[in-house]
Design a protein around this ligand. Sequence first.
Ligand SMILES: [Zn+2]
Length: 589
Amino acid sequence: MGDSPDTFDDEAGEGEAAPTAAELEAAGQSAMFGGDPEPAPAPPAPPPPVAAAPAQPYRVLARKYRPQTFSQLIGQDAMVQTLANGIKRERLAHAFLMTGVRGVGKTSTARLIAKALNCVGPDGQGGPTIDPCGVCEPCVAIAEGRHIDVIEMDAASHTGVDDVREIIEAVRYAAVSARYKIYIIDEVHMLSRNAFNALLKTLEEPPAHVKFLFATTEADKLPVTVLSRCQRFDLRRIDAPLLASHFAWICQEEQVGAEDEALAMIAAAAEGSVRDGLSILDQAIAHADLAGDGKVTAVQVQEMLGLADKSVQRRLYGALLAGDGAGLLDLVAQQFALGVEPLALLRGCMELTHRTAVAQLGQGAGDAVSAEEREAIEGWAKGLSAGQLHRLWQLLLKGFDEVRTAPDPLVAAQMALLRVMHASDMPDPGTLAKKLEELAARPAPAASADPASPASASAAPPWEALVSSVENSGQLRVGQIMRDWVRVVAIGQAELTYSLAPGYAGDPSPELRDALLKATGERWQVELSQLEGAPSLRELLEARQAAEAAAQRRNPLVEATLAAFPAAEFVKEDEVVPLERGNRNWSRN
Ligand SMILES: [Zn+2]
């Protein structure tokens, strides 16, 4: 393992939500070590300033702020606690295995353990400690990577049995100047089978003065025989708010101004890795310097990362929920033109869905970074039912997979989002019941007018007659299109401006023109518009039926049934509402 800036660790991995088996195991071990509850020795943030030599040339942040004490190691409290107990009780394993995704601090942890074990304190009299002094000779030498008894090796470049044999030979000799001879082997899963076998003999009966510290991103590639001889620490992915506050502290140290939202974006992009986050922050600071005032802004970071603008992302999600297909496609196109990956748009919608679901459980809007975002999320949490959110999530997830593998991600993203928009707006039974109640509470609807849509009162009658005349002229298919999909925006003497109910693919204008000519003998000017039209005749019919159903709901028998089966739905025998065409009103709440 060299001294390159990226030796924090490496490799991408999966998210972690629940404690892993190894964390639970670690907790158990902590109990085994004595386990009485002790205060955690290392508050996670903000860590105390790192003593940095001012005269040194610029160092990348990940290296400059490599944690020098356990209290500077953020996000790994459980592990530090276990280690502290082990040191205190003098119950330390001969071999430790640090696992976790890239950049969470595996190698840093290994070096800290090396310090903890070999620190002699400022007066040279100290023993192993979870709080190494940082000033004694062993501490300084280890921090600088030049301690003769702390041997670092990168298994990725020393995979052979000869490399391991060298170690084994050396293991027999006592430490030269330190308490323990410590072998740090990074990416240990890269060792060859023979190398593992050679190592195993030493691991089975290690001399008392030797400790092995292994780090790996892929613990499942290690032989069980090795795993079983290690005390294992699974380092956790660091959550975004903690990362953001860590970055805020570093910016302060570096005397760089930074917007909170910018740091939150970097933290999100880092996906749990301190090192990845710091290298993005490095770039952001460089960008900010070029831009002039040296302040890291959200706009810059967004540009730099090719991130979707959060406010645009919210508008896009809003369009999705409101069934505004044209607006949706517009926003997708705009974002794509700005360099935002189509997949990122799906991901953004998924994130908003998740946050909304969390907010719905009374958890607030989570780590929303702006007041606008919080407000939007809380609004959706009120307006959407849990069932709708689940359906949205499923649909988005499916779309995400499609976009990821599609030859043309932009087209795939457009299609996927439109499908989500069309399919997600079916109210779930709970919402439907509520909606029906609301409808029922209104004055009884006139025979053909729609109680939910005042606009229809003027648009419907002449229009319905026109549709009938088209049907009567034998053009049943076009008549059906007119009934089901055409939303009248404006209708006049041989002039029709209309929009389409969601779910209709294509432009039926030519067919409509032909049909109207045949039915009326007049040449109609027919125009498809993006404006919101009055509900189609089919939509009106559905609304009226919903109102009737609501009236039925007032029936004592039905009331009793619903009380007993709250999730029951009204289903008319002769009507199955297609998925695309549920009542959309919920999304405008
Ligand atoms: Zn020390």
